[in-house]
Design a protein around this ligand. Structure first.
Ligand code: FAD
Length: 402
């Protein structure tokens, strides 16, 4: 059977699902037929426990978008842990920078949420949205461009034709490869060890990060169902061999290493659940669009998690593309209008590229162990910590505040 859709979105990760909702609930939504295809089965509710390994730092801009598209329900808001301050240390020097939401007159800098909890909230909102057809799980066996424009996708038992295909299929993006989008890749040769820890002391709603030449360690504050704030999600980036050695340690030995690396800031540590190793790498597609096709989120750009910005950049892509498609429709143009797609790319590339470049810069800056580099870093961080206007600017950008 062949069906038509206006917009076919492949990938219902946080970015694809948010785009579907932003479009469906936007000014042109009522007249659009939107199909969202996801290959993975929906996360079972049991997988959405607060203390999941992958935690995402959502800034205020992202939270406001989720709220507007009906994906910030009370249940997710309760589980999300607000963070009000950030502290960054350079372990190879005396460098230290701290940020507090009061300095930019905000109630918080953002929220930490467990990724499955966010995906579950988005999935529920998508299912409740009448003009989104959600095919999940569904395998796409073939996709091709149509001579008259648009694409045709073959799924298990149907063929879908749409003038606009949106690839939100994650960092490896089979669609990016299939359609020949070129991209610049950067492999820092590192893996991230991710886990959740119980901590002796409460985190005080502070996100902590220690930079060391071997790689950064982040402690992201979480709370459990009872509101206990003695737990954090960690992302520890290390050279591959070191990460594999850490991953193979016993729970006790790993926690002792983490206590040293975190300078005992939260006291004794204990692992909560399993740990995982995640490959790290950055890429940036040279173009986000070609006629009738747009890349979104990690399919277009993936960023080192030390920034905690991957999902924030992707959600901003989703918001902007939905705005441009809706504007084109309101002007009587097609959903795949070339001008609208070009504007999406123009509006999103500068911010995404700047963030990717900053992460490479951090890796280089903190990757040097020699004394002169450490002294320059310490002086630079102390200077930055004292220059209020600059610090406020950086904080407002990271928090996604206008
Ligand atoms: C260790 C680690 C820590 C991180 N921490 C943070 C953080 O603190 N803050 C932050 O903002 N970001 C963080 N990120 C980045 C964040 O996880 C990603 O930016 C985000 O998940 C990207 O969302 P996405 O929807 O673009 O892609 P994904 O989440 O990868 O989703 C893609 C979806 O597409 C589906 N799919 C793929 N191919 C097909 C197909 N052929 N058909 C149908 N469906 C398909 C997949 O099943 C998947 O559900 C972190 C990343 C890592 C690795």
């Amino acid at each position: 059977m062949t069906r038509d859709a206006d917009v076919l979105i492949v990938g219902a990760g946080p970015v694809g699902a948010a785009f579907a909702l932003a479009l469906a609930r936007g000014p042109a939504g009522a007249e659009l037929a939107i199909t969202l295809v996801e290959s993975q089965p929906p996360a079972a509710l049991a997988d959405t426990a607060m203390l999941d390994r992958r935690a995402l730092a959502l800034n205020e801009r992202s939270r406001c978008l989720l709220d507007r598209i009906g994906a910030w329900p009370e249940a997710l808001a309760r589980r999300a842990c607000p963070y009000r301050s950030m502290a960054v240390w350079d372990r190879a020097s005396t460098g230290h920078v701290s940020f507090d939401c009061a300095e930019i007159h905000q109630p918080r800098l953002g929220h930490i949420v467990a990724q499955p909890a966010l995906i579950a909230a988005l999935g529920e909102a998508v299912r409740a949205q009448p003009n989104i057809r959600f095919l999940c799980p569904q395998t796409m066996t073939r996709i091709e461009r149509l001579p008259g424009g648009g694409c045709a996708a073959e799924l298990n038992d149907e063929r879908i034709c749409a003038p606009l295909l949106v690839a939100a299929d994650g960092p490896r993006s089979p669609l990016r490869e299939h359609f020949g989008f070129t991209a610049q890749h950067w492999d820092p040769g590192q893996l991230a060890l991710v886990a959740v820890l119980r901590t002796e002391r409460a985190h005080g709603h502070c996100a902590r990060q220690w930079f060391a030449p071997a790689g950064p360690l982040a402690f992201l504050p979480l709370h459990d169902e009872d509101g206990d704030t003695r737990c954090v999600a960690i992302v520890w980036s290390q050279e591959q061999a070191v990460a594999e050695r850490l991953h193979a340690l016993s729970d006790d030995a790993l926690c002792r290493e983490l206590e040293i690396a975190s300078e005992h800031a939260l006291g004794a540590l204990a692992l909560h659940g399993a740990r995982a190793l995640v490959p790290l790498g950055q890429h940036h597609a040279d173009n986000y669009v070609m006629p009738g096709i747009a890349l979104l989120g990690d399919a277009a750009h993936a960023i080192h998690p030390l920034a905690g910005q991957g999902v924030n950049l992707g959600l901003a892509d989703a918001e902007v593309l939905a705005e441009e498609v809706a504007r084109a429709r309101q002007r009587g143009l097609g959903v795949a209008d070339a001008g609208a797609l070009a504007r999406y790319q123009r509006r999103r590339r500068p911010e995404n590229l700047a963030m990717l470049a900053a992460m490479r810069g951090f890796k280089t800056l903190f990757g040097r162990e020699d004394l002169p580099s450490a002294l320059v870093r310490a002086a630079g961080m102390q200077w930055f910590d004292r220059v209020d206007p600059l610090k406020r600017l950086v904080m407002r950008a990271a928090a996604g505040a206008a």
